[in-house]
Design a protein around this ligand. Structure first.
Ligand code: ADP
Length: 273
């Protein structure tokens, strides 16, 4: 019989006779340890925010021309500021990851067309050039309905497109699109850069996993972007994978479950478009 207050995972194990037995694994302890780890990371990140803001603020003030600075000071202060900003990005990403990893992460799901999700996401990537050969949206993006948190998906697209531009090489093209599969829509972000060696393809979604640590640091990466993306998609009931041919580029493909069309025609369509 079940033990009250404990959580079990059930799996099937074959028996020598060709039958199967159900195996119960006690995951209560694992869950508790995981939660403690997540809470700890979230607390530390949160506590680091205030002192970091203070450091950046004072350094920025010193760098304004009001103060006369001794030799070298300007250069050193710039380095301090750059690193404070880097730490700030890291704490923000750690907080975001702790939040999406926890069961308490709340999505604001709405019914939206896949094509609208793509164009909304790209519109909010200010400064990125669309349809001028750099960021190219496929002409045949499916208009199928999906359930999604539009803001969360904007972050997903933002992360993947930023990576494609960062690792895909200077001025490299990035293709974005979506197609209908059975019961889900598959979105993709493709670049034509050096690609990712196959042995790393599964692991790049782990937190802090980078193919080239030095390169990632140099470009200001935290190594958490893809882990956040993966958990946001999992919370949607979707999934993500990467494909790559070395020297020819990398493609990130992710799915979102289809939604039924709205009962009232026109609902969910952007107004005035
Ligand atoms: P970050 O970019 O901050 O290092 P991410 O989690 O976004 O962290 O990515 C993890 C790693 O995956 C990167 O360090 C890089 O090695 C690899 N990667 C991600 N996107 C691409 C891409 N489009 N082409 C080649 N490598 C990539």
């Amino acid at each position: 019989s079940m033990v009250p207050g404990r959580i079990f995972e059930v799996s099937a194990a074959p028996t020598p006779g060709g039958g199967a037995v159900a195996v119960l694994h006690d995951v209560t302890e694992v869950d508790r340890v995981e939660k403690t780890r997540r809470d700890f990371i979230a607390n530390v990140s949160h506590e680091l925010r205030t002192p970091l803001t203070s450091i950046s603020g004072y350094v920025e003030t010193l760098l304004e021309d009001i103060v006369e600075l001794p030799e070298n000071a300007r250069e050193f202060l710039s380095i301090i500021l750059k690193n404070a900003k880097r730490m700030n990005r890291l704490t923000e990403d750690l907080l975001a990851l702790a939040s999406v990893e926890s069961g308490e992460y709340k999505l604001r799901l709405q019914r939206v067309r896949a094509s609208a999700l793509v164009s909304d996401a790209i519109e909010s990537l200010a400064g990125m050039v669309v349809d001028s050969g750099v960021l190219l949206v496929e002409g045949s993006v499916t208009t199928e309905w999906v359930m999604a948190d539009v803001d969360a998906m904007t972050q997903v697209f933002g992360n993947l497109i930023e990576n494609a531009m960062k690792y895909g090489g200077a001025g490299g093209r990035v293709r974005v699109g979506a197609r209908l599969l059975e019961g889900s829509v598959e979105f993709y972000v493709q670049d034509f850069g050096p690609g990712i060696p196959s042995e790393h393809l599964d692991r790049i979604f782990e937190r802090f996993y980078r193919v080239d640590k030095a390169r990632s640091r140099e470009s200001g990466g935290t190594g958490l972007g893809l882990a956040i993306v993966k958990h946001v998609l999992m919370a949607h009931g979707g999934a993500i994978r990467a494909e790559s041919e070395l020297g020819a580029g990398a493609t990130f493909l992710f799915t979102l479950p289809c939604a039924s069309p709205p009962a009232v025609p026109g609902e969910g369509e952007p107004a005035g478009k």
